[in-house]
Design a protein around this ligand. Structure first.
Ligand SMILES: Nc1ncnc2c1ncn2[C@@H]1O[C@H](COP(=O)(O)OP(=O)(O)OP(=O)(O)O)[C@@H](O)[C@H]1O
Ligand SMILES: [Mg+2]
Length: 378
């Protein structure tokens, strides 16, 4: 047998692990998103800075060009300028050159940094997309596990119930055989031994006192009749042949007629809907349920009235058996009763096996009502 608790705990642990992974991935995705925002801001700033530096470079380039032009002019006309002016022109041009070089260096660094940030941003975008995909996949996996495995465990549960039911039916059949063997042993087998003895006695009487043989033969005949009745009853209990020959309703009517006469209990039987032949295992099960209910009424209920209703619907059959007897405490009786043979629990299981359901309504002093419904597949 599969332990469903183990299966459940495996499912729960798997779901917990998946849940944890989902949380972690969610964390990763969250920090990637924050990092993405930060890098985006930095990129914007860097772009602004780069643009400003480029402007400055352009401006400084222009200034440097002017300074050089001026220097060339001074050099070409150096007799017009004094020494300090020439020196100053040199210095200015040199100064602008250094400034320009410095700014160009800055521009290069900023451009590199900008490219680096752009690459970073792409990678982060990818990370976010992939972790979102993972979260969706994990959620799907979790859904599969919860849906499929819980239906699987329901399936296994059902199979195990069926197996247990099968076992209890085998046990019930064995009990039934034991009962039949005992009945034959106590009834017909014993009477037949008796008949043989009586027949031997008749033979002896025939020699000694023939006038008494006639009486003795009558006795013998009674004995044979009684045995025949016993045998017929055993055969009927094993399987009422009218059930196969005529179907459920005639077999029940015959049984009920005999029952009412024998036990003095009034039974009102009604058949609703269009009566029809059912699958033979279904007919036997329904017959046995009514038979067991009537036996219970005779044994336990002290009732004098019984109502039986059989209703044939298009795709199912409903049966009701109600008595006006003493009723009983259902929960107490069913929890105490060690199931053996074909009692209340047996009939419930048998009906469940046929995919039907059976309910018992009763309380001390309130009579007993049994309702059942079984589907009748084509
Ligand atoms: N119609 C009824 N009226 C009153 N009590 C009932 C009725 N049917 C069942 N019971 C009570 O429920 C108990 C269980 O019934 P069930 O048919 O399962 O077992 P049983 O008749 O005692 O034994 P078995 O059917 O195995 O020979 C009975 O012992 C009886 O106390
Ligand atoms: Mg019983």
């Amino acid at each position: 047998m599969v332990d469903l608790n183990i299966l459940d705990s495996v499912v729960n642990k798997t779901i917990q692990a998946l849940e944890k992974s989902k949380e972690e991935i969610y964390h990763i995705s969250e920090s990637a998103r924050q990092e993405y925002e930060r890098v985006k801001r930095e990129l914007l700033e860097t772009k602004e800075k780069t643009a400003a530096v480029i402007n400055k470079v352009d401006e400084t380039e222009r200034q440097y060009k002017q300074a050089r032009m001026y220097l060339i002019h001074v050099n070409n006309n150096f007799n017009k300028y004094c020494e300090d002016e020439i020196k100053d022109a040199y210095q200015k041009a040199h100064q602008k050159q250094i400034e320009l070089l410095e700014l160009q260096k800055q521009e290069k660094i900023l451009r590199l940094h900008r490219d680096h940030l752009e690459r970073n941003l792409k990678t982060l975008e990818n990370t976010i997309k992939r972790s979102e995909g993972l979260i969706t996949n994990l959620s799907m996996a979790m859904k599969f596990i919860t849906d499929d495995l819980s239906s699987l465990s329901a399936h296994i549960d059902e199979m195990q119930q069926m197996q247990a039911l099968g076992l209890s039916i085998i046990k019930a059949q064995e009990e039934e055989r034991k009962r039949v063997a005992r009945e034959i042993h106590d009834g017909p087998a014993q009477s037949m031994a008796n008949i043989v003895m009586r027949a031997e006695f008749c033979l002896k009487l025939l020699e000694k006192d023939p006038s008494k043989v006639q009486d003795e033969l009558y006795n013998l005949m009674d004995l044979v009749r009684q045995s025949l009745k016993d045998v017929r009853k055993i055969i009927f209990d094993l399987r009422p042949m009218v059930l196969d020959d005529l179907g459920l309703v005639p077999a029940l009517k015959r049984y009920i007629e005999h029952y009412a006469k024998e036990y003095g209990i009034f039974v009102e039987t009604s058949v609703l809907g269009r009566e029809r032949r059912l699958d033979s295992s279904l007919e036997v099960a329904l017959f046995r349920v009514v038979q067991e209910s009537l036996t219970n009424i005779k044994k336990h209920a002290s009732a004098d009235q019984v109502v039986i209703k059989i209703e044939f619907l298009r795709d199912k059959v409903n049966v009701l058996i109600r008595d006006n007897g003493c009723g009983f405490d259902k929960d107490k009786v069913l929890s105490e009763k060690q199931y053996e043979g074909f009692g209340l629990l047996g009939m419930k299981e048998r009906i469940q096996l046929l995919k039907g359901n059976l309910s018992i309504k009763t309380a001390p002093g309130k009579g007993t009502e049994i309702n059942l419904s079984v589907p009748t597949p084509e």
